[in-house]
Design a protein around this ligand. Structure first.
Ligand code: SF4
Length: 338
């Protein structure tokens, strides 16, 4: 790949005028647990390592996008911490000119071991998945044990200095009702921001049904019944998916990502790079654009940016989950990166 002169760089805007300033980067499709709302329990054909983008290839792509207005990066998976020496990628990404924010989403199982190296590498923010505080429910969801490791990982992340930690909990009917109050109490007690994410039709076993969505509004009502009225908090970034509320007693904030019942596609600024180097203009995209083939050829930065533009120009107005002609993506959450 050849580099280009800096002043040819225009932001990446779609046909609806949405500027794409956030890139989510999946660094692996592998994971050390098997959450049923994400991946199958067995017989998984993982990507061979030669097909996975190298750290150098990811950094090259980010450098091109940073020249086109991308400022925020989120590292995802599968489970990103199973990718060996991930801190080395973080070290390189945080110094790319134009990149202002590098965050990571993890299931926390390997966080105790890696929190210090991630922090020292300059990682800015951590989102940790925590759907329950019951080992029994944890095993029902993940088909593995490990809740204790996740809680220790949260502790270690705070001890090494991470202050910007968010907890992500799935909101699923028939599962989350019993977890809402204990999770909210835990987050209030530890001064952590908790967010509930509505169950989306991206589960590998295709069990998703509209009636399995436990709506953010319902979760919010449960929290208000227990902790009192929640006050809306003005978002500092209009494109952020979460709607945040503050507890009246000053015990922090709780957020709701109501992607199914209250879609926020109108202000979407996100594109996604899969572990094997495919670009997606939406979580629910059924089409992908091959970036890896260009990164592994002598394509110029402009040629790569042109393919990114092509991808973004094809972006639909919204996911259309509630529409008659909604088509589930062929890929599941672990193959996209959330
Ligand atoms: S569903 Fe697609 S368009 Fe809507 S917010 Fe998510 S990524 Fe953006």
């Amino acid at each position: 790949m050849n580099s280009d002169s800096p002043n040819q760089m225009l932001p990446i805007v779609d046909t609806l005028g949405r500027a794409h300033t956030a890139l989510r980067i999946s660094v692996t499709d592998r994971c050390n647990i098997r959450c049923f709302y994400c991946m199958p329990n067995e017989k998984i054909e993982f990507l061979p390592s030669r097909e996975i983008l190298s750290f150098e290839e990811i950094v090259s792509f980010v450098e091109i996008l940073a020249d086109h207005g991308v400022k925020k990066l989120r590292i995802t998976g599968g489970e990103p911490l199973v990718r060996s020496q991930l801190y080395k990628l973080i070290q390189k990404l945080v110094v790319v000119p134009g990149i202002a924010d590098v965050a990571l989403t993890t299931n926390g199982i390997l966080l105790t071991e890696q929190a210090q190296s991630l922090y020292d590498a300059g990682l800015h923010r951590l989102n940790i998945s925590l759907d329950t505080l019951s080992e029994q429910v944890f095993q029902r969801i993940t088909r593995r044990s490990g809740l204790e490791k996740v809680l220790q990982g949260i502790d270690q992340a705070r001890q090494v200095g991470f202050s910007n930690i968010r907890l992500n909990a799935i909101a699923m009917a028939g599962l989350t009702e019993t977890e809402v109050v204990p999770l909210a109490e835990f987050a209030r007690q530890h001064r952590l921001e908790l967010r509930f994410i509505e169950f989306m039709p991206l589960d590998a076993e295709q069990a998703w049904q509209p009636d399995k969505v436990f709506s953010g509004q319902d979760v919010k009502r449960m929290i208000e019944d227990r902790f009192g009225k929640l006050q809306p908090v003005q978002a500092d970034d209009s494109s952020q998916p979460a709607r945040n509320f503050a507890y009246d007693d000053g015990s922090g904030q709780v957020g709701f990502i109501n992607s199914v019942t209250e879609p926020f596609c109108g202000s979407c600024n996100r594109i996604r790079l899969t572990a094997e180097g495919k670009l997606r203009n939406c979580l629910f995209s059924t089409t992908e654009w091959d970036i890896r083939e260009l990164l592994r050829s002598d394509a110029t930065g402009q040629e790569i940016a042109a393919r990114v533009r092509e991808c973004v120009f094809a972006k639909k107005a919204a996911h259309g989950i509630d529409g008659q002609d909604f088509e589930r993506p062929l890929k599941a959450m672990y193959q996209i990166g959330g």
